[in-house]
Design a protein around this ligand. Sequence first.
Ligand code: PLP
Length: 475
Amino acid sequence: MLYLSTRGDSTPRRFCDILLEGLAPDGGLYLPEHYPQIDAARLAALRRTHAEGGYAALAFEILSLYIDDIPADDLRAICQRTYTAEVFGTPEIVPLKPLHQGFYLEALSNGPTLAFKDMAMQLLGQLFEYELGRRGQTLNILGATSGDTGSAAEYAMRGKRGIRVFMLSPHGRMSAFQQAQMFSLQDPNIHNIAIEGVFDDCQDIVKAVSNDLEFKRKYRIGTVNSINWARLLAQVVYYFAGYFQATRSDGERVSFTVPSGNFGNVCAGHVARQMGLPIAQLVVATNENDVLDEFFRTGVYRVRGAADTHETSSPSMDISKASNFERFVFDLLGRDGARCKALFDDALRQHGQFDLSGDARFADAAARYGFVSGRSTHADRLATIRRVFAEHGVTIDTHTADGVKVAREHLQPGVPMIVLETALPIKFAATIEEALGQPPARPARFDGIEQLPRRVRVLPADAAQVKALITAECE
Ligand SMILES: *Cc1c(COP(=O)(O)O)cnc(C)c1O
């Protein structure tokens, strides 16, 4: 399998060539040159694999379709090491929880940091360690986080040979639980850096360091952001696992609703659907930051400025632009790299938006790709958390609540609906208390986590000081 860029650069690359890279050199995102097709016989075989070998065996089969430069036995072992009941809490890894007939939550958030990002990041940690070991190289991962991504990266990379993580977060601005999760890690290869500033300051430092190409090369600076193809690929697997759990036979269709921010999670659903998984609808649920809902309703993709980006009670969906969205637009426009470049490079940079409402292919998007959308607000979130608790005795987190709210608006008779549960409620306890008048249950392994010793350094918002710290650690 070869990979190409959404902006036209078609230098042939294989999976391990792009594994450790972020953007393609032309600024585009990597995609496989085609989507392997799963016909009915193959789907039945995958169902058996999942039933007999479990999630890890299914993951191996799906990943093998896209990765042909890691020997099969090694890839199988990587999948087996990654998707264990010990790390993900249950033997099913992503169990379906029925709320009522034909309406399910798919539990993606029982990994180490209680958010779905563990599903991909844990695999990425194993793949990075494997590939760096094979090349005899090291990597320094530099990232900025306001919560979920940073902790998922740290828990995936802790103790991994050849990898250090330098994670910047805004000093004093993460929830107490999130701080405790990250800062209690004692692994010598994990470096928490609290920056005296806001999240944007952290991101600016990452950009400044990465733009210093000499420093970047010398210290082998890399990232783990959501545009990484390997992360997206890992997420394709749980669409298959959800489908097999919700259906008995391969003629049936299901729909998925995905609480969305950067369009990574639901883009994996798009890939699964393009492969032939019988998905009726892919329902994109946004919060008040409704860039994506606006696009699917109107055809206008309009990036928001900082002043128009709201801080909400589903904070992991607070985005101003959706960094994986370009992948879908590339497919929508018949994989026309020049057109994609004109939209994402020229139009967005000059006008902050583009408009596909006049393009026949946009008019067809719902029919051809199954995409529909909806939006949810703080009041909707509270009402949905209350209603699900009252009717089913289940406490859901704020992001999942956005999903459940929007999913209900898109039910079709006879088509099961699967809402992806993207985090556990304990991560967003304040809003749960606001909704239910009581705090959510805390998994036993997190008891007393706030009292553990902390490993974090506080620095001013100054790229030079962050560079100095990286330099000192690497000597
Ligand atoms: C990251 C995240 C999302 C958004 O996922 P995207 O892939 O960015 O669309 C939703 N919910 C939670 C809890 C998250 O951490």
